[in-house]
Design a protein around this ligand. Sequence first.
Ligand SMILES: [Zn+2]
Ligand SMILES: [Zn+2]
Length: 414
Amino acid sequence: MYQKPKGTRDLFDKELRRLQAMNAAARDFFTRNGYEEIRTPSFEFAALFDRSIGTTTDIVEHEIYRFEVNKKTYALRPEGTASVLRAFIENKLTLPARFLYICSMYRRERPQKGRYREFQQIGIELLGENKPFFDAEIIDQGKRYLVLIGAKDFTIELNSIGCPDCRGKYREKLGSFLQNHMTDLCSDCKRRFERNFLRIFDCKKETCQRVYDEAPKITDNLCHECAEHYHKVKEYLNQFGIDYAENKKLVRGLDYYTRTVFEFKHGGLGAQDTIIAGGRYDLLMRELGGQDTPCTGWAMGPERLLLTMSEDLPVLDQKETFYIAGMGERYITKIVRLRDQIQGKGHRCLLGDPGEPIKIQVKRANKCNATYTVIYGEDEEKNGYYTVKNMQLGEQQKVLIQEFDAFLANVRGK
Ligand SMILES: [Zn+2]
Ligand SMILES: [Zn+2]
């Protein structure tokens, strides 16, 4: 017996359909909003992620799947942004650019509810716009998509982490504050402060958090330009009608963010409550060898989001399953055409073996979860109708052949 690796899963049936419904809705929605889908390789040269995500984050240190082939080091992609920017630069694409990606990511994290080692992400990136209006645009995109697919009870947290200029001065200020509190900090935080100081705010320990409650915040120490940018983002969000809460301790775990950072959270998820995370990253394109290009974007974890939602997504394909039971092999040509007609209206349709007794075909229809069985035999042929059996109600009706198209357009199984 073989088993799948820890932290992976097999997707099929309802769970897969729900994910696909979310993906389909994302393709449709974001395309209408000007975001074009992009597909990049599942693996890249590891150096790309080392450079972009930074060698001081947990992701690069512990969570990347690395492998070496012929003395070259590759990595399974742990996130989407670096690959999208690499592709943008390498293919000499033009600005401004809006991208959508929908794909698997890979991280060697401790598996838990809603978190897998191969997991799905839906993400958007907006390249080449530096104005705060566009920070508001991508937050608005996220909110409207969540509303579209029926997600409820999420909140949006917002912060600004400034630019290298304001961060440098702030680091000194924070450093001198922390000097008097070093004994209260955990060893992780002491280490983080040296290597990636903003990330201390991500610490889960209550003793550390009590110190950070009192600590000076980057949000209150922005340079003039960054403060103005942040102010405008909030103003636009208000005008878009988007509710948000400011969280001065929100810093995001990745090195490349500048200015705006945000998270969409869901209260029903416990500690892993983030469903969308993103922000502005104006320095990354240059870091990866491209031109100076302001960028914003976010990524969403549909699997975690699905945990918060009822079984039936509003965007789930609501079409019916038909099963055609022909009463005799001489009807094969007819029922094949009938199948095409039904599928042409977007419904699922399976064929029974018309050589088998009708009772057995109806039983099969049941096992295939058909909502309707269409019976076609001698009487139907003579009088120009189909017998349609509603499998849930057990009721039968006659539908005239010339009225069957209208029936298919309006049919609802329940
Ligand atoms: Zn600044
Ligand atoms: Zn800590």
